[in-house]
Ligand binder design. Structure first.
Ligand code: PLP
Length: 397
């Protein structure tokens, strides 16, 4: 199933122009109740105040100091000192989170190899893998109680690692797209124990941690960063690559700004990460958006801007919370089952209907569907549409 998310989103937009009553639940961008895209004043003000060279010049391929250092502090938050002490770290700016994922998959897999992902996933992973001549294998994301299925993860990870003598895992957490799941710290302890067990068999292990929606965790800024404490247990030879998305954190969707943050305790592994990463950036896109890097770098490095931005993030999370609370209340009333939601832009609704996409469209709802699941982008559905949306879902799932 190759990803079609952007195309379906465009179809939904066109259909909504003809029929304003239609509910467009496809878009993974945060929107106001009015339907306008949610932008951050701190981002806009910083963007408007950029000097000529901060906007028009090429950006350094390995990033400005403000960007490189700022992103590590931002992502790891309260755990930054411990992470910096324990790991070799390098930042490679990329064209959004997508660029980070694409570079990592391309760089660290041989042709024909398979990467491991959960059975519910952001479908572009498949396109990215296919372009790199790599396959995907899945494990069941949920157990029967809709908790993270550590057992199946362990079994599939071991089987794949033993078979190909390598393991490349992608986990999108917290605020998983498409399900809304947030792994607990205890889940992460288990994930890392499995990776360590495999690494101790002399099998190279790479964890690609896609945290595009980190800043929309319902537990807030610090709560979202609890999981990094578990990173400290990662074995020496494991390489963790974090894919950061400026699109989501800063609403800079069109700017194409993101990063790979490589972490490992091994100097040799880090030397490989830097060498291939640098090479790929130059070969694949040369460098990233200068204005994107300048804005993000300034917000990260200037305390008053950072504080103002963090304050605005509270508003963004509040918008999501109100919609999710209403959706959950309506779903409960209608006896509509939903997947556990921990934060982010999406709510997952299980379905047995193989024609769910078409059936929802007939009833005026555009969504992204995948086997067994409807993905509702609550980021773009106003409160006024939620009761009707739940009823239409209930009728068709
Ligand atoms: N990862 C996930 C799970 C996403 O949903 C997205 C965007 O929708 C991305 C990564 C990459 O976003 P971008 O390339 O815009 O940073």
């Amino acid at each position: 199933m190759l990803s079609n998310i952007l195309k379906i989103s465009q179809d939904a937009k066109a259909a909504k122009k003809l029929n304003p009553e239609l509910i467009d639940a496809t878009v993974g961008m945060l929107h106001h109740e009015s339907g306008q895209i949610f932008t951050y004043q701190t981002v806009t003000d910083t963007l408007c105040s950029l000097k000529e060279n901060e906007m028009y010049a090429y950006s350094p391929a390995n990033g400005t100091a403000e960007y490189r250092n700022g992103i590590v502090d931002w992502v790891f938050g309260k755990n930054k000192d411990r992470i910096k002490n324990a790991f070799q770290i390098n930042v490679i700016p990329t064209t959004g989170g997508s660029g980070a994922i694409s570079n990592a998959v391309y760089n660290f897999n041989d042709f024909g190899q398979k990467i491991l992902i959960p059975n519910h996933y952001w479908t572009p992973y498949e396109n990215i893998a296919e372009e790199a001549n790599v396959g995907v294998e899945t494990f069941s994301m949920f157990d029967k109680d809709y908790r993270f299925n550590v057992g199946d993860f362990r079994q599939k990870a071991f089987a794949l690692a033993e078979r190909q003598k390598r393991l490349f895992l992608i986990l999108n957490d917290p605020c998983n797209n498409p399900t809304g799941l947030c792994l607990s710290k205890a889940d992460w302890v288990e994930v890392i124990a499995v990776l360590n067990d495999i690494s101790r068999r002399d099998i190279p292990v790479i964890l690609l941690h896609d945290l595009a929606y980190l800043d929309y965790h319902a537990q807030g800024f610090d709560g979202a960063r609890d999981i990094f404490e578990t990173y400290l247990e990662l074995d020496e030879n494991i390489l963790a690559i974090i894919a950061f998305s400026g699109s989501k954190t800063f609403s800079l969707y069109g700017f194409r700004i993101g990063a790979q943050i490589g972490l490992t305790k091994s100097k040799d592994v880090m030397a490989d990460f830097c060498r291939v990463g640098d090479y790929s950036v130059r070969a694949r896109f040369s460098s990233v958006s200068r204005s994107g890097m300048s804005v993000v770098g300034q917000i990260f490095s200037r305390p008053e801007k950072k504080a103002a931005f963090q304050n605005e993030l509270l508003t963004a999370r509040e918008i999501l919370k109100k919609r999710v609370d209403l959706f959950s209340a309506e779903a409960e009333k209608a006896h509509l089952q939903t997947l556990p939601y921990g934060g982010g832009f999406f709510i997952g609704v299980p379905t047995n209907n193989p024609d769910i996409f078409d059936d929802l469209v007939k009833d005026g709802v555009y969504s992204i569907t995948m086997p067994g699941l409807v993905r509702i982008a609550i980021s773009s559905v106003p409160l006024s549409d939620i009761e009707r949306l739940v009823q239409i879902l209930k009728k068709n799932v």
